[in-house]
Design a protein around this ligand. Structure first.
Ligand SMILES: Nc1ncnc2c1ncn2[C@@H]1O[C@H](COP(=O)(O)OP(=O)(O)O)[C@@H](O)[C@H]1O
Ligand SMILES: [Mg+2]
Length: 427
């Protein structure tokens, strides 16, 4: 058998390295360094190969990141010369990378891989105190421009947790939307079809926009809000602009698309003369149907006037769910108040009294009242100046601010909403 010799990588070696990599990672579901990464390093960083006769029997591929080098691929075909080839490859790679000023050279290996003996024989030390973690970036590089074109963005991860109270709504959204979309394998096992489009309806300020964003944050999908009023300028008018925006969104791997106040572009058609938005409503109906054809995307529409929507819009087959988002119950108001009362004052504030006094108020109303109380207390503290210690916020401050806040939702609105739930809700 001929001797093994080591030389630098050249492009002709690529096929053999691809085969080596595929063999090495057969059965792994997610290798740390993908084949694309390994090829990139072969071509742009440092790679050596072991040759026996005219056969490539091993490779070591490395890249330097400042003073630390990483071996991104190290593999030797088993055989009588394997031990020698492994040592020679590591030596050669180290010789080529050392002049870069490396402080150390590192490698990650699978739990049941066994290049460990070869590595330790060459001076590598096993650290038992580490575990490997990775996060897949929610938007891949090729999507960045698309996302920018449609004004989409990745929202912070904590928005779901930040929705206070609203436990029933959260549970419903978690069950109906988040789980089937984030775990399609599980949904499939139970025959659940992941939703493609949902409608949220309810009085203003109850948290529809907040929920749409929270769902995107929870899924870790980009959030794309469409503003019909800003789309209208294109040559094809609003209908054309909507279509081209949906086409761009179709190229994203994932997206939560949000249209707020959708009744503005999907109101009941007909009448004489026909309403000017009729063509837009027709287009949107078609777009929703097309949107439903692909996976990994969710359309969320929100409206304060569900009964103004075109009947065809709500017909079965377009929106999987039509979900009411109503006024917060006691538990939700407790959570919302607790969030706005500063930690320093919470001991002096009777949250239960505020919860009772704010029955019928939306989260947005409560937020407004809480801010107002805070501002007034701050102004009072400034007026008191250095003369005396300013009191912290107390229950009375909040009750006063609440008294000066008009509830957005009147009793008649509540009745209307309950009637709408009967007529339109689809859970
Ligand atoms: N569950 C909630 N917890 C805390 N704040 C909330 C909650 N729901 C809504 N808000 C706040 O109320 C305001 C209005 O909510 P929004 O989602 O815009 O209502 P809608 O879209 O139904 O009109 C926002 O400032 C939001 O942060
Ligand atoms: Mg809104």
């Amino acid at each position: 058998m001929s001797r093994t010799h080591i030389r630098d990588f050249h492009d002709d070696d690529l096929d053999a390295i691809v085969r080596l990599w595929e063999n090495a990672h057969r059965g792994d579901d997610a290798p740390v360094y993908s084949l694309a990464e390994v090829i990139a390093s072969c071509q742009a960083d440092h790679a050596v190969v072991a040759i026996q006769g005219d056969r490539l029997v091993g490779t070591a591929v490395g890249r330097a990141a400042h003073a630390q080098g990483w071996i991104v691929f190290f593999e030797v075909v088993p055989g009588p010369h394997a031990e020698h080839a492994a040592a020679a490859l590591l030596d050669a790679l180290e010789r080529r990378m050392a002049p870069l000023g490396l402080g150390k050279l590192s490698i990650l290996v699978g739990e049941d891989d066994d290049p460990v003996a070869a590595l330790t024989a060459n001076g590598f030390e096993v650290l038992h105190s580490v575990r490997y973690l990775e996060r897949r970036m929610p938007v891949q590089r090729r999507e960045l421009d698309l996302l920018k074109d449609v004004g989409g963005r990745i929202l912070p991860r904590h928005l779901w947790r930040a929705v206070s109270g609203m436990r029933r709504e959260k549970e419903l959204l978690e069950e109906r939307l988040v789980t089937p979309l984030s775990r399609p394998d599980l949904a499939d096992r139970f025959g659940v079809v992941p939703p493609r489009a949902v409608m949220l309806f309810g009085p203003p300020g109850t948290g529809k926009t907040t929920f749409a964003k929270a769902v995107a944050s929870r899924l870790d999908w980009p959030f794309v809000e469409l503003f019909p009023s800003r789309l209208a300028d294109g040559p094809g008018g609003l209908a054309g602009a909507l279509r081209s925006t949906f086409e761009t969104i179709g190229e994203l791997e994932h997206a939560v698309v949000f249209i707020d106040e959708v009744e503005e572009i999907a109101s009941r058609r007909g009448g004489t003369p026909p309403s000017p938005t009729q063509g837009v409503t027709n287009e949107l109906l078609k777009l929703v149907a097309e949107f439903r054809e692909s996976e990994g995307r969710l359309l969320v529409c929100a409206t304060n006037f569900v009964r103004a929507l075109d009947a065809a819009f709500l017909r079965h087959g377009r929106f999987d769910y039509v979900l009411p988002i109503g006024l917060p119950d006691d538990e939700a108001r407790t959570a919302i108040w607790s969030r706005y009362v500063p930690a320093d004052s919470i001991a002096d504030v009777d949250i239960a009294a505020l919860v009772e006094a704010s029955d019928g108020f939306t989260p947005a109303d409560i937020e407004y009242a809480a801010r107002r109380a805070s501002q007034e207390a701050l102004a009072r503290a400034l007026r008191a100046g250095e003369a005396g210690d300013a009191d912290s916020l107390a229950t009375a401050d909040y009750l006063r601010a609440l008294g000066a806040t008009r509830a957005t939702v009147s009793e008649a609105d509540v009745e209307g909403f309950l009637a709408d739930i009967d007529t339109f809700a689809r859970l």
